[in-house]
Unconditional design. Structure first.
Length: 320
């Protein structure tokens, strides 16, 4: 199979039939064998009924329905697990991603041997202050932190080799950082393509300003996981050692000063009256806590079990 097209969605009943018709036209024009996997992330409108209708009319259409809203990362994870195509395309369901970009993305994966190609919505139709400026700041921080030189981490239109989606773990809200996850997994040939951005035709955006706050927090998380996720003791142990050194030096300074004053017959205060006593005590306690955090991290890493991160209530046309 040439293509798997994965489309996570939440309450997009108005756009699904039009999007399906558009995708099918592109697939037929290019003679692709394909599957379209819709993942209904807990919609409360008639989205699932439309997916069932489309799947009955077109056996290439498949659907996964979550019991409730679990988030885009979980939806992509479920779609990746089911994808059969040599090339996997992800796109949003709101008609802002243009299916006519798919052939070029496919060609870049197959002919130019990219592991992943990310879309870049260079010209956007979003509000400048609500999305454009925060997005530019977010993308700048993501480039500096991750080392992946993409202009638009948030673009939902991306293409992957099948091996990439089968070897990365997308959880939490990490869908923004799939290129970083791919790089950390050893898939280093990452490209970018300018794609058309369509103005939203139906409904309202499901994302608010809070996604950028969460995005920066996730960026810190993925930086930590990429550098210390498999060796947490390297970070916490190093910080704990620094705290211990400061604590012992402070305690040594207190002891030295007391002995010095005793030797020379000078008056001295109680140890607890010396501010260095509290510095020493605090840093040694912090050092102990950091060491414990490192040990706990190592234990959790070695004993963790894969948790079920979402619940599926229905599937259509999925037998694998």
């Amino acid at each position: 199979m040439n293509l798997s097209i994965i489309i996570p969605l939440l309450n997009e009943e108005e756009s699904l039939q039009e999007l399906h018709k558009w995708i099918v036209a592109v697939m037929k024009a290019n003679n692709y064998s394909y599957e379209v996997i819709f993942i209904d992330d807990g919609s409360t409108d008639s989205s699932w009924s439309i997916i069932e209708q489309l799947s009955a009319e077109n056996l290439n259409v498949k659907g996964i329905r979550f019991l409730r809203n679990f988030g885009k990362s979980q939806a992509l994870h479920a779609g990746f697990a089911k994808a059969l195509g040599d090339v996997v395309i992800t796109m949003d369901a709101d008609l802002q991603d243009n299916p006519e970009e798919i052939p070029d993305l496919y060609t870049m994966i197959i002919n130019q041997n990219f592991d992943l190609v990310s879309g870049w919505k260079k010209k956007r139709y979003d509000s400048v202050f609500a999305k454009n400026l925060p997005s530019k700041l977010f993308n700048w921080a993501a480039r500096k932190t991750s080392g992946v030189q993409l202009n638009d981490f948030n673009c939902g239109l991306k293409a992957y080799k099948n091996a990439v989606v089968k070897n990365i773990e997308v959880s939490g809200e990490m869908h923004r950082y799939i290129p970083v996850l791919a790089k950390n997994s050893g898939f280093g040939k990452i490209g970018e393509k300018v794609v058309k951005h369509q103005a939203r035709k139906y409904g309202e955006t499901k994302f608010g300003m809070d996604r950028f706050v969460n995005g920066f927090l996730d960026l810190i998380t993925i930086w930590f996981l990429s550098r210390f996720g498999k060796r947490p003791m390297h970070l916490f142990g190093a910080l704990g050692s620094i705290m211990f050194i400061i604590g012992f030096l402070s305690a040594g300074f207190i002891g030295f000063m007391k002995l010095y004053k005793l030797y020379h017959g000078l008056p001295y205060d109680l140890v607890t009256n010396n501010p260095w006593f509290y510095i020493s005590l605090a840093t040694m306690v912090i050092g102990t806590q950091l060491f414990l955090a490192g040990f706990l991290g190592e234990i959790i890493l070695r004993t963790k079990n894969n948790e079920e991160r979402y619940k599926i209530s229905n599937e259509v046309n999925l037998n694998n």
